[in-house]
Design a protein around this ligand. Structure first.
Ligand code: SF4
Ligand code: SF4
Length: 388
C-alpha cells in the first residue's frame, strides 16, 4: 500500500476495549506478522524509541517534565504505559535515519562493482505515534515521496509500515500541537489508534482501526465492545490534554508577518543566544536536510557514498562557490524559523512545524520557537499600527 494513500476499513470502525493483556497480544500479533516493532522505552534518562519485545519495555509509571532547555523524567502516581509526551527521538530516525550508506563500490579486476544497500529485512510497526508525529510523517512523505524524484531508501522503509497511533493523555509544558491544528487527536494516517484509560477502577485501551490492515490485526485480539462511557472517557482524555498544553502559537497571518520582517531586530537578539549547536534540527521530526560524502579505503579497493543528517545552522551547509550563502548566525536562525513556519507553506502546502515542542526542550539555552515567532509578529503588528 502506498504510504500516502491509506484507505480506512470498509465498514465504519467500531471502538473496542483492550486490557493490558490485549495490548500485549497486539505486540505479539505484530511480531508474528513479521514487523520490526518499535516503541517507547527508557534509556539514559529519557524516553526514546527503540525495538521492543513486549510491553515490559514500555516506561510504565513514568512521565516527563519539559520546559525550555529542560527535560526530566519523574514517577507518576499510577502505572500508565504512555503517560508522557514526546522525547528527543522521533520516528524519522527509522524512516530517515541519521546515517545511510547509499551504495558501496568494490574494485574488481576489470573496474568496479557497485553494491546497492539492501532494503530493510522487515517492515516497521510503530507503537505510540502521537497526532503531531502522524503529521510529521505525512510531511516527510511529501518531501521524500511527493515530488518528481522519490527517495528510494525512505520509500523502502516507509512501505508497509504499520502505525499504532496514540491519543495523547499528557501534554508537556513545551507542547503546542493544538494551536498548529496537528493534535492532540489522531485523525488519520494510522492503522490503529489507542487511548489509554487509567483510573482507580480500570487500566485499559480504547482501540479503533484506521485501515483494513489495522482492522485485520484488531480482529485477532481479545477485545470487548466499548460502550458510550468508555468513548466519553477517551474524549475527556483528549480534552484534558488539549487544556493542559503548555504553549500556544498564534498562526493567524504568521507566514506574512515573518516574511515581511527579514531585518527585524529580534533576529539579532535571538541569535545572540543561539549556540548554532543544531540540536533543534536534529530533534525536529520534520527537518530533513542531509549532506552526502564519499569515502575510500587507503588501499583504494573500496568506496562508499554516505548520506548524513545535516543542519541549516552550520555555515558549511550553504557553502557554494565563493562562500556560504548564509554566513551569519542571524541568517541561519532566520532561515530555519522562517522556512519552518512560513516558506514551508509555499513549498509544501503546510507549516513545517507540528507543535511537538522538541526544539524548545532540547535547545541548551532554552530558545523557544513560539516566543521568538510571537516576538517578531507582535512588534510587526505594532509597526503596522504605527504606519497606518
Ligand atoms: S520546529 Fe520545533 S516544535 Fe516545530 S515540529 Fe520541529 S521540533 Fe517540533
Ligand atoms: S538548539 Fe538552540 S542553541 Fe542550538 S542551534 Fe537550535 S536554537 Fe540555536
Amino acid at each position: 500500500m502506498s504510504p500516502t494513500a491509506r484507505p480506512g476499513p470498509d465498514a465504519a470502525p467500531s471502538p473496542v476495549l483492550l486490557d493490558r493483556d490485549g495490548l500485549s497480544a497486539l505486540l505479539d500479533a505484530l511480531h508474528a506478522r513479521g514487523f520490526d516493532v518499535i516503541g517507547p522505552t527508557m534509556r539514559d534518562g529519557a524516553i526514546v524509541y527503540d525495538r521492543i519485545a513486549d510491553i515490559a519495555a514500555l516506561p510504565a509509571g513514568w512521565t516527563d517534565r519539559q520546559e525550555p532547555g529542560r527535560y526530566r523524567l519523574e514517577r507518576r502516581p499510577d502505572v500508565a504505559l504512555f503517560g508522557y509526551a514526546v522525547g528527543p527521538h522521533s520516528w524519522k530516525r527509522f524512516l530517515h535515519p541519521p546515517e545511510e550508506t547509499l551504495w558501496r563500490a568494490r574494485r574488481a579486476a576489470d573496474g568496479f562493482t557497485i553494491i546497492g544497500e539492501a532494503p530493510p529485512p522487515k517492515p516497521f510497526a510503530f507503537l505510540g505515534v502521537r497526532a503531531c508525529e502522524l503529521h510529521a510523517i505525512a510531511i516527510q512523505d511529501r518531501v521524500f515521496l511527493g515530488g518528481a524524484h522519490q527517495d528510494a531508501g525512505y520509500a523502502a522503509r516507509r512501505q508497509g509500515a504499520f502505525l499504532v497511533a496514540l491519543a495523547c493523555g499528557t501534554a508537556a509544558g513545551t507542547c503546542f500541537c493544538a494551536s498548529m491544528g496537528t493534535g492532540p487527536r489522531p485523525e488519520n494516517g494510522f492503522d490503529l489508534v489507542l487511548t489509554e484509560l487509567i483510573d482507580a477502577a480500570r487500566h485499559e485501551f480504547l482501540a479503533v482501526a484506521g485501515s483494513d490492515a489495522g482492522a485485520a490485526v484488531l480482529a485477532t485480539l481479545p477485545t470487548r465492545p466499548a460502550g458510550p462511557q468508555a468513548i466519553g472517557a477517551a474524549d475527556a482524555v483528549l480534552a484534558r490534554t488539549e487544556a493542559s498544553m503548555g504553549r500556544h502559537l498564534d498562526t493567524h497571518g504568521l507566514k506574512e508577518r515573518l516574511q515581511a520582517n527579514p531585518d527585524h531586530p529580534h533576529w539579532d537578539e535571538v541569535t545572540s543566544r543561539c549556540l548554532a549547536c543544531t540540536n533543534c534540527t536534529l530533534v525536529c521530526p520534520t527537518c530533513f536536510c542531509t549532506s552526502v560524502s564519499d569515502h575510500t579505503t587507503l588501499a583504494g579497493d573500496e568506496a562508499a557514498r554516505v548520506k548524513r543528517w545535516d543542519s541549516c545552522f552550520i555555515a558549511d551547509f550553504s557553502f557554494i562557490h565563493g562562500g556560504s550563502v548564509r554566513s551569519s548566525g542571524k541568517s541561519r536562525y532566520r532561515q530555519w524559523l522562517t522556512h519552518k513556519l512560513a516558506h514551508w507553506i509555499d513549498q509544501f502546502g503546510t507549516s513545517g512545524c507540528v507543535g511537538c515542542g522538541r526544539c524548545i526542550a532540547w535547545c541548551p539555552v532554552g530558545i523557544d520557537i513560539t516566543a521568538e515567532a510571537a516576538a517578531i509578529g507582535a512588534v510587526a503588528k505594532e509597526d503596522r499600527r504605527g504606519n497606518a
